[in-house]
Design a binder for this molecule. Structure first.
Ligand SMILES: [Zn+2]
Length: 207
């Protein structure tokens, strides 16, 4: 097992959405591990009439400060449009998603933007349950926001760091966990939790 001390996580702000009158950021997360470079979620890269009400403000991919070619593996926490819209940028690279999520995204009405899920060349690796992707980096199902959502748990040598997608959309949902996924994240006793739609990671209160 590789010690997690060498793993770094970098948030990349790729867009903003308008939700209830205020701007909500969209982040993706790069995980640098000695054995590979992982991207968790891919944001969005285009506008689409189906989500015009959210008035997406896109940051051009060239300004993401991310060398696309350097990404070895992609993980989708879930397949809502603002988490898979850049999957096409990584065509051919293994893209890990829970099988349940992939099935739901492909079969349920108004779930996501199907053309973005199955963009040309996107190569899914459907996962059933937990998976150790790299030493010390696990995918863990976390149902709640969607039935097929997963989180990425990064062992650091101390308490783990979690990249949780929309398992919680705002901090209150981890302060007062209600879904199975939120409770699971809390049960991991994480040092901090990166979310897709907050500028800072959630941290447990010091109490
Ligand atoms: Zn989202």
């Amino acid at each position: 097992m590789t010690s997690g001390g060498a793993v770094t996580i970098t948030p990349v702000h790729v867009a903003d959405l308008l939700a209830d009158g205020s701007l909500m950021p969209v982040y993706v997360h790069v995980v640098d591990h000695p054995d590979g470079r992982l991207l968790v979620d891919t944001g969005l890269t285009e506008l689409h009439p189906a989500v015009a009400d959210l008035d997406p403000r896109l940051r051009p991919v060239a300004e993401w400060d991310l060398d696309l070619a350097s990404i070895d593996l992609v993980v989708n926490t879930h397949l809502h449009f603002d988490h898979c819209g850049g999957n096409h940028l990584f065509a051919g690279r293994p893209t890990y998603v829970q099988r349940r999520e992939l099935d739901d995204a492909r079969t349920q009405e108004d779930y996501t933007i199907p053309a973005w899920v199955d963009a040309t060349g996107v190569r899914y690796v459907p996962v059933d349950g937990e998976l150790e992707l790299l030493p010390g980096i696990r995918l863990v199902p976390a149902p709640g926001h969607t039935a097929g959502s997963q989180v990425v748990v990064v062992e650091t040598g101390g308490r783990p760091v979690v990249i949780a997608g929309d398992t919680a959309v705002w901090f209150g949902e981890l302060d007062d966990p209600r879904t199975e996924g939120q409770r699971l994240v809390r049960a991991l006793d994480p040092e901090l939790v990166w979310l897709s739609h907050t500028h800072e990671p959630w941290r447990p209160s010091a109490v």
